[in-house]
Design a protein around this ligand. Structure first.
Ligand SMILES: NC(=O)c1ccc[n+]([C@@H]2O[C@H](COP(=O)([O-])OP(=O)(O)OC[C@H]3O[C@@H](n4cnc5c(N)ncnc54)[C@H](OP(=O)(O)O)[C@@H]3O)[C@@H](O)[C@H]2O)c1
Length: 253
């Protein structure tokens, strides 16, 4: 298998750590995000081969440009990681912010998965890691309604594609990484603080990469979040929503 990986949202946090791990495993890494200086300094710090492509993934035409620029790179690992959240009441978060979130967290993941997966299936090889969130495994997230909904979309899409690939005997694999709190720039972008202690971006990235190559469907890093996700599944929907609402309120700065 050719060893080239494309990582979106590689300018900070989980994406940057995934890029470092894949680079250390011998992959040529292609790093994309909007902040060129951050991508450049990450690329300069890596020992292996790398390339940067500056791209605003909230624009569908930019997602297509990214694919067209890279389709001959023989990419075998796609990490759809770019994304952001926003804390606040549904009636108070600006519609524009939520539509940009839907474009970045949903549309970009959908477009890139569709375009690269077709090539992966044709070649009968490749891995896709969609960075969702434990939020995507919950019935909803009061005070972060749109963010939780975007991540549910990613979990649902990934699960369906996983089964289509599995049942057709394909060698292509797709996983959803579903972390709880991770110490990155996420909070400063979302305007919140953590209610429980975060894991490091490195730990999250390591669990994500190993889970992907172990061909897991859902990867939940950290014992605490695995336990609370299992508990939420056994909890009646309205109670789970009330608990989620309390947790989100405690994130207000
Ligand atoms: N941190 C957490 O607690 C947590 C928990 C669960 C899931 N997640 C998910 O993990 C993923 C990575 O987030 P993170 O925690 O590592 O946060 P982060 O440090 O803020 O990183 C987000 C990355 O996404 C990129 N990005 C955002 N909007 C973009 C756009 N329009 N076009 C291209 N790139 C864009 C950012 O790059 P530029 O700003 O340079 O464009 C940055 O590289 C996200 O999908 C997030 O929802 C995070």
């Amino acid at each position: 298998m050719s060893k080239t990986a494309l990582i979106t949202g590689a300018s900070s946090g989980i994406g940057a750590e995934i890029a470092k791990i894949l680079s250390s495993e011998g992959f040529k890494v292609i790093l994309t995000a909007r902040r060129e200086n951050k991508l450049r300094s990450l690329a300069d710090s890596l020992c292996g081969e790398s390339r940067i492509v500056v791209c605003d993934l909230s624009l569908p035409e930019e997602c297509e440009r990214l694919y067209n620029e890279l389709k001959n790179e023989k990419i075998s690992v796609l990490v759809n990681n770019a994304g952001f959240g926003s804390l606040g009441k549904f009636t108070e978060i600006p519609l524009e912010t939520e539509l940009k979130m839907i474009d970045t967290n949903i549309k970009a993941v959908h477009i890139l998965t569709k375009l690269f997966l077709k090539d992966f299936v044709k070649a009968d090889r490749g891995y896709i890691l969609n960075v969702a969130s434990s939020a995507g495994l919950m019935p909803g997230g009061p005070m972060m309604a749109a963010y939780y909904a975007t991540k549910s979309y990613v979990v649902s899409l990934t699960g369906a594609i996983y089964e289509e690939l599995r049942s057709s005997g394909s060698n292509v694999h797709i996983s959803a990484l579903c972390p709880g709190p991770v110490d990155t720039e996420f909070n400063s972008v979302a305007g919140c603080e953590f209610s429980v202690g975060p894991i490091s971006a490195r730990e999250c990235a390591e669990t994500g990469v190993s889970g992907l190559f172990e061909k897991k469907l859902i990867i939940v890093p950290g014992k605490t979040i695995r336990l609370s996700e299992a508990a939420a599944r056994l909890t009646p929907r309205k109670l789970a929503l009330a608990v989620a609402g309390k947790i989100q309120h405690s994130k207000i700065k």
